[in-house]
Design a protein around this ligand. Structure first.
Ligand code: SF4
Ligand code: SF4
Length: 120
């Protein structure tokens, strides 16, 4: 009985861990996974098509300082987002995409806002 327990413990020690060392290691996502948005403010033309098509009114067009002056840019409220990707589909310049990034935990859901000035 004792030997069986020791053998089991040794076997567990030598086997691959069941858990992942997050965030250093991450699971790869399927091709159709829709994660957090990414906006390229240099190619956004402020057309507001993304804001108009959003079924859950997640997108506000807000004044944003850019190299070409102040422009209206989409600010996305992820706490209401359905990740339907309609905003990505309608964007005429492909500057708004849904990435495979799922790492957007917050302590306060009101912080789930993707502000244009925070985008690269
Ligand atoms: S993914 Fe859908 S719900 Fe989320 S911001 Fe875009 S259009 Fe709105
Ligand atoms: S649809 Fe695209 S180009 Fe138009 S405001 Fe939204 S992100 Fe910018």
């Amino acid at each position: 009985m004792v030997f069986k327990s020791i053998a089991s413990a040794v076997k567990q020690m030598l086997s691959e861990p069941f858990t992942m060392d997050f965030p250093e290691s991450r699971e790869s996502q399927p091709d159709n996974y829709r994660g957090i948005h990414k906006l390229d403010i240099s190619t956004c033309i402020s057309c507001a098509a993304c804001a108009h098509i959003c079924p859950n009114q997640c997108i506000d067009m807000v004044d944003t300082e850019t190299q070409k002056g102040t422009k209206k840019m989409p600010e996305i409220h992820l706490e209401r987002c359905l990740f339907c990707a309609f905003c990505e589909e309608v964007c005429p310049t492909d500057c708004l995409i849904l990435t495979k990034d799922y790492d957007y935990e917050k302590y306060d859901r009101r912080e789930f806002i993707l502000r244009p000035e925070d985008q690269e």
